[in-house]
Design a protein around this ligand. Structure first.
Ligand code: GMT
Length: 376
């Protein structure tokens, strides 16, 4: 198949899912055309059958506002015509599904381009609910040939907010368990671990919804009971306030800010526990990546996270902001090597058995085929 893939190229789960899906499909012989304004974060290695089409938004003094959604629609038309796309798969509804619909309308109606929209989270639970965006999201979903959501939670939310009539397939996020596996620790991590402290780890885009500061508060509580260190990976708007909180609580020397990193399997392999105390999480891809490296997750019982982390099996989930409970779960696991080992094993097993790339990518291929065959 010739597949057009539209996503945000920035540091974030939806872009990661789109890129990893593109890699997997290309490996299976499909041609995958990424259409976006910058090279997607994980598209930095050459691979046969992957093409990148950059969207340029023309500037002109009169055009005070960013016209990216229109430029994207124009570029999709161009790529669809010359690369004879069979499918356009857009990730994150705003504005991609709208641009996709517009492109579809501009193309040949005898052989219409099929539009698949994958919902990732805040496109439905936050941004899509803005009164100005709501009708656009609703319309573009109604006009998509297929809609997928990354969790049962997001499927339900979308139906509640945008109409029970919408058919939404749940295709969960996935992980390459051959890549995300326990690796030899990096020298840096070995150094960190040499102090005999337990390592708590968190990776995110440091947006407010991730509640990175709760990770610091959890560390503060855990350190009352045992030596521990927090390793924070990623960067974003909450970083300065998080650093400030570390100083206020007097734990700054036990917190390592690594910024954005790509050697995630090596880093995750050094963690004893992964923390994800988010306020919103339609799935929690970072939790799955940690689990695939055999790291149990302690997070919130929010959104789709409990569909990924089985409470009391591969990790624990607690109420949003319940720092004491999350810290207690940490100390409970860290003080019982036998229990920690069992959780590690089950975390890895869950990733392999339920969210393995080899199981999930065929679900997308089947959906594409169904849509091409005429499922409306
Ligand atoms: O919705 C967002 O805030 C952004 C999006 C992203 O691009 O990172 O994150 C969502 O999609 C990920 C991949 O499907 C999920 O793992 C995240 O849980 C989800 N984030 C939220 O729901 C807040």
């Amino acid at each position: 198949m010739n597949i057009g893939m539209v996503c945000y190229p920035t540091y974030g789960g939806s872009g990661v899912v789109a890129t990893e899906l593109g890699h997997a499909l290309a490996q299976k012989g499909h041609s995958v055309h990424f259409i976006t304004y910058d090279l997607p974060m994980r598209l930095d290695r050459f691979q046969d059958n992957i093409y990148y089409h950059e969207v340029e938004t023309p500037r002109y003094p009169l055009l005070e506002f960013d016209l990216y959604p229109l430029a994207l629609a124009g570029k999709i038309v161009d790529v669809a015509r010359y690369e004879t796309l069979d499918i356009l798969h857009v990730h994150y509804a705003i504005p991609h599904a709208v641009s996709g619909y517009l492109a579809k309308e501009m193309l040949n109606h005898n052989n219409p381009l099929k539009l698949v929209t994958t919902l990732h989270g805040t496109d439905i639970t936050l941004v899509g609910l803005e009164p100005t965006f709501f009708p656009l999201v609703k319309f573009s979903l109604e006009r998509s040939d297929a809609i997928t959501a990354v969790s049962g939670f997001l499927q339900e939310k979308t139906n509640q907010s945008f109409g029970q009539d919408l058919r939404i397939d749940v295709i969960p996020n996935f992980v390459d368990t051959d890549y995300y596996k326990r690796e030899e620790c990096l020298p840096l991590v070995k150094r960190l671990k040499s102090h005999g402290e337990a390592v708590l780890m968190h990776t995110s885009n440091f947006r407010a919804v991730k509640r990175v500061q709760d990770c610091v508060r959890i560390l503060y509580e855990v350190r009352k009971k045992m030596p521990a260190r927090l390793v924070l990976i990623g960067d974003g708007p909450e970083r300065s306030d998080t650093e400030r909180l570390c100083r206020e609580l007097g734990v700054i020397e036990y917190v390592t800010f690594l910024g954005k990193q790509s050697a995630l399997p090596e880093l995750l392999s050094s963690a004893d526990i992964f923390l994800l105390p988010s306020q919103q999480e339609s799935f929690g891809l970072s939790a799955l990546e940690a689990m695939s490296c055999g790291v149990p997750v302690i997070g919130t019982n929010i959104g789709g996270l409990p569909e990924v982390v089985e409470h009391g099996e591969s990790g624990y989930v607690a109420e949003l902001g319940d720092i004491d409970r999350m810290a207690r779960y940490c100390t409970e696991l860290l003080s019982s090597p036998k229990k920690l080992a069992a959780f590690r094993e089950r975390a890895r097993l869950r990733a392999v058995e339920k969210f393995n790339i080899h199981q999930v990518v065929p679900m997308y291929e089947k959906l594409y085929n169904d849509v091409i065959a005429g499922r409306s």
